[in-house]
Design a protein around this ligand. Sequence first.
Ligand SMILES: Cc1cc2nc3c(=O)[nH]c(=O)nc-3n(C[C@H](O)[C@H](O)[C@H](O)COP(=O)(O)OP(=O)(O)OC[C@H]3O[C@@H](n4cnc5c(N)ncnc54)[C@H](O)[C@@H]3O)c2cc1C
Length: 297
Amino acid sequence: MSNKILELAEKLKSKIYFDYNIGKHTWFRTGGNAKIFALIENNSELEIILNEIKNENFYVLGSGSNLLIRDKGYDGTVIKLGKSFSAIKITEDSLEVGASALDVNLSNFAYKNKIKDFEFFSGIPGSIGGAIKMNAGCFGGETKDNIRSIEIYNSHYEKKTILKKDIEFSYRSSNIKQNEIISKAIFNYNYGDTDLIKQKIKNIKNKRLSTQPIQKRTSGSTFKNPPNLFAAKLIEESGCKGLTYGNAYVSDKHANFLMNNGKANANDIENLGKIIIDKVYGKFNIKLEWEIKIIGE
Ligand SMILES: Cc1cc2nc3c(=O)[nH]c(=O)nc-3n(C[C@H](O)[C@H](O)[C@H](O)COP(=O)(O)OP(=O)(O)OC[C@H]3O[C@@H](n4cnc5c(N)ncnc54)[C@H](O)[C@@H]3O)c2cc1C
């Protein structure tokens, strides 16, 4: 570890921690320590820190709702954008949203300002940075739909604006690279009927409550839906509903949700996932693809 990082930890407003338990920042609540964890205060400190760690591994963490960190931890720096990256601003023709703003806050903001088509964000428990990277979506909406442009720190750690036409979005994925940090998103918007917006949000909430084990230690859908198929259905029909490995289990409410019963480690969750992949392949000759991101040793 460079002495410079130790010096920076003293000098900067950003919080820098060493040998830090990063798992507590994920929804699974599993996984080992990160060599360095940096909670970034503002753009200029982000630049300073990126310059310092540029030849080392780093990983950007959003809300950790789609992330499994392996038990031996992450041998590099985990970067999380702090509160000053969470502002949501409305201009005459756009919504400017900081990457650490929560999706649900954007949905509420849009509702309060009579803006439609952001209702689906109320169903996704992540941050806007994570939503863009994953092209998160549900109930007919996807993050890409209203994006106009994003602001990123690219692989040379320069701040750039990228227009939507230059980003490749696909199902639960984008071509934003692992060493690119999204700091802000600009969305187009349209006004709608407040009652309809409110009703849509209510429907999403009810649907989720009845079909998903939310507010639990899970990362939501573990595997991507194969084209024209539902991963949950394939998993269920392969006899995996209720399956366990160590202290991880398959939700009996939604078979694509892997759960930590409170004592699971990352190995339990990953191995349970691998068993499911094998079973589904054995039954349907279809190889499920992980939707969640898995990092570390
Ligand atoms: C109960 C539950 C329900 C869910 N339901 C849905 C659903 O309906 N639809 C859906 O699409 N997803 C769903 N998810 C998954 C998850 O919420 C989304 O993928 C979400 O967009 C992840 O955002 P995050 O901020 O938590 O990202 P993280 O999990 O922290 O990270 C995910 C990826 O995004 C990258 N990333 C995060 N922030 C940035 C940034 N600022 N710059 C660059 N890269 C970044 C990370 O490096 C990582 O590769 C669900 C999860 C849970 C726990």
